[in-house]
Design a protein around this ligand. Structure first.
Ligand SMILES: [Zn+2]
Length: 315
């Protein structure tokens, strides 16, 4: 027999899961209505067309190697990206990421490792909802220091590790409080539904939150490379990932919906899939611009340039 506290927690988790399923299914059924609402919110922000914000989640050694190759290709094709690398990986591949900082913006992605290898595959590790608040804040501050020391640039944005686990408003407030102390401008640690319930960019505690984006006909579901790999043991994306990405861009253009296409991929998942590269080029040919998070905020007049220099770093 469960004790009352365990029962309450079980009901709380179960209730949230059911609520998520309900909204995800409703959004799949009535996606044109949800996008109609999104369009109004995006237009109110000053967005006039879809813009692409591509970020790489570089949690593993395989991602570090893949980043070098892909970044060279992206730079040659004028496609800008942001990198989210845990501090442990930044220190391990410091030379590589220092060179990458010339072509990409870095966001603080915490300090602890996000993945560990055993039993023939990577497993996720470091979940903020299972850590004390002081350990979470410490991880954010250490992550900040490591980005500064490794790249020579001050990050102005943050993405929480495995951010689906930091959706509780109380935890978000604690995280944003820490980001404000570091003088950050933005975070991208919320789920696609927030872009519809709140706005494509909204503020929590002086920090702009930029939710990740779903697909056109599944707008509340996270659309990342991990959810389209062959298997955890063979983590290369299926062709469905670039195809669905293209479908979303086509639909947003067709229905004239200004949007922030905030997508993240693990570079090791996409490096061996030529259709991913071809799709990015097609999207570029359709006139969609690739921005960093910071570019979007500057263009919407929400923050000012320039990027602060390393010497001005204060903790
Ligand atoms: Zn990560």
């Amino acid at each position: 027999m469960l004790g009352p506290e365990v029962r309450v927690e079980f009901m709380d988790i179960w209730g949230k899961k059911m609520s998520n399923y309900f909204w995800n299914i409703l959004a799949r059924l009535a996606y044109p209505l949800f996008w109609e609402r999104y369009k109004k919110q995006a237009s109110a922000l000053g967005l006039r067309e879809p813009v692409f914000v591509l970020s790489f989640d570089c949690d593993t050694d395989a991602d570090a190697e893949a980043t070098v190759d892909i970044l060279e290709w992206l730079t040659a094709h004028d496609i800008k990206i942001s990198l989210a690398v845990p501090g442990e990986q930044l220190l391990k591949h410091a030379d590589l990421y220092r060179a990458a900082a010339e072509h990409a913006d870095f966001i603080n992605h915490g300090a602890r490792p996000h993945a560990e290898w055993h039993d023939g595959r990577y497993w996720s590790t470091t979940f903020y909802d299972q850590m004390s608040v002081s350990d979470v804040v410490n991880d954010i501050v250490q992550g900040h220091r490591i980005v500064c020391d490794t790249t020579g640039k001050i990050p102005r944005g943050f993405r929480a590790p495995h951010f689906a686990h930091v959706q509780h408003p109380r935890l978000q407030r604690k995280i944003h409080h820490a980001l404000r102390k570091l003088k950050y401008a933005y975070s991208s640690s919320t789920l696609p539904r927030e872009a519809f319930f709140k706005a494509p960019i909204y503020k929590i505690d002086e920090i702009y939150e930029i939710p990740v984006t779903g697909r056109y006909n599944a707008p509340f579901n996270v659309f990342d490379s991990w959810s389209h790999v062959h298997s955890p043991e063979f983590p290369t994306i299926l062709q469905t990932y670039p195809r669905r990405l293209q479908d979303t861009v086509d639909a947003l253009q067709e229905f004239n919906i200004p949007a922030i296409l905030n997508y993240y991929v693990d570079p090791s998942h996409v490096i061996k899939q030529p259709l991913f590269y071809e799709t990015l080029l097609t999207i570029q040919e359709q006139g969609i611009l690739f921005y960093s998070f910071e570019d979007v905020l500057v263009r919407l007049h929400l923050i000012e340039q320039p990027h602060p220099q390393y010497e001005e770093a204060t903790l």
